[in-house]
Design a protein around this ligand. Structure first.
Ligand SMILES: Nc1nc2c(ncn2[C@@H]2O[C@H](COP(=O)(O)OP(=O)(O)O)[C@@H](O)[C@H]2O)c(=O)[nH]1
Ligand SMILES: [Mg+2]
Length: 321
């Protein structure tokens, strides 16, 4: 990590220096070797923020809703970290996608921190980096973290595992709801929003979603509320926040939150195991030649070779991470 050493960065981060947070986030995105060292040191500060994910088709109004929710939360004295993930966007690294103008009100507010994550990294890597960025914001002390992502593929859905409450944003635009159902994002919804409810057809979409939920019947422990909003004039945004808080309460009372956090701990930790293991493998690549040559020459089978490589790496275990 150039220019600022790790200890200085952590020190400034703990003091609430937003530039230190920004620097850490860039390091996480770039997978700088120092970044996981920092995360390890600040990990004990995480787990306090409430994380809300908003997902939906491009143009559904996610950014507009995030903007409205942020204003609402700020009026209550809450601080808000925002992560906008759009792998389809050509912008990255701090650029605010198409949201620059609308988010300007918040840009000078010290209770709000906005970060865009664009084309950098592979999709799988993007989901991983997003999880870490959310943790960094959590450790920094934001009360709420809002994640916006287009629900176009599995990687974007993976990002939603980070959220305590997932909001799926639909609109009356033709075909939208059907596409969303196909994309498999209906299952991850804790709250449904029908945004652009100022346009015709909102009631019909809401009814379709309710009908779909009816078909699930008693199997649903939590029936996701369907909230109609109009982000452009702010209508329904209070109700949206109320629905999120209702889900938060439900999850707390029904151990849903504990279950989610357990699943997350499992996923995160095992993913780190894979990550460190893979790094070790790459680092040791040269030393693995003899094993690979034995396989190439037919002296050993790949199975035997793989088992021997694992033994070899385990022997080097203390240097793995
Ligand atoms: N009529 C109407 N337009 C909206 C509403 N919410 C957002 N929009 C417009 O839809 C477009 C896309 O909004 P944006 O928030 O950027 O969507 P995102 O791509 O999901 O983040 C913008 O031109 C918004 O002004 C709404 O409730 N009603
Ligand atoms: Mg957007």
């Amino acid at each position: 990590m150039p220019e600022m050493n790790i200890n200085t960065l952590i020190e400034r981060f703990r003091q609430g220096d937003m530039r230190a947070l920004a620097r850490l986030i860039s390091s996480l995105e770039n997978e700088d070797p120092g970044a996981s060292q920092i995360m390890e040191q600040i990990y004990s500060l995480t787990g306090r923020a409430y994380v809300v994910g908003l997902t939906g088709a491009p143009g559904a109004g996610k950014s507009s809703l995030v903007d409205r929710l942020t204003s609402l939360l700020r009026r209550r004295g809450e601080t808000v970290g925002i992560v906008a993930v759009d792998p389809t966007s050509p912008f990255s690294g701090g650029a605010l996608l198409g949201d620059r103008i609308r988010m300007q009100d918040h840009a000078t507010d010290r209770g709000v921190f906005i970060r865009s994550m664009g084309t950098r990294g592979s999709l799988g890597g993007l989901a991983h980096a997003t999880g870490e960025v959310v943790k960094a914001m959590d450790a920094f002390g934001f009360n709420w973290i809002l994640i916006e992502t287009v629900g176009v593929g599995q990687a974007e859905l993976d990002i939603m595992h980070v959220a305590d409450t997932t909001v799926v944003v639909l609109t009356p635009v033709a075909g939208d709801a059907i596409q969303t159902i196909k994309a498999g994002i209906m299952e991850i919804a804790d709250v449904f929003v029908i945004n652009k409810s100022d346009l015709p057809g909102a009631a019909k979409i809401a009814a379709e979603v309710e009908m779909m939920l009816d078909m699930q019947g008693e199997r649903l422990k939590w029936r996701p509320p369907v909230v109609k909003t109009s982000a452009t004039d702010g209508r329904g945004v209070d109700e949206l926040l109320a629905a999120v808080e209702k889900h938060r309460l439900f999850a707390l009372q029904n151990k849903g939150l504990a279950e989610r956090r357990w699943a997350r701990a499992e996923r995160e930790t095992l993913e780190l195991v894979r990550h460190f293991w893979y790094q070790a493998l790459c680092r040791e690549k040269e030393n693995l030649r003899p094993f690979l040559e034995a396989v190439a020459s037919g002296e050993k089978s790949p199975y035997q070779g793989a088992r021997e490589i694992i033994s070899y790496l385990l022997g080097k275990c203390q240097h793995l991470v």
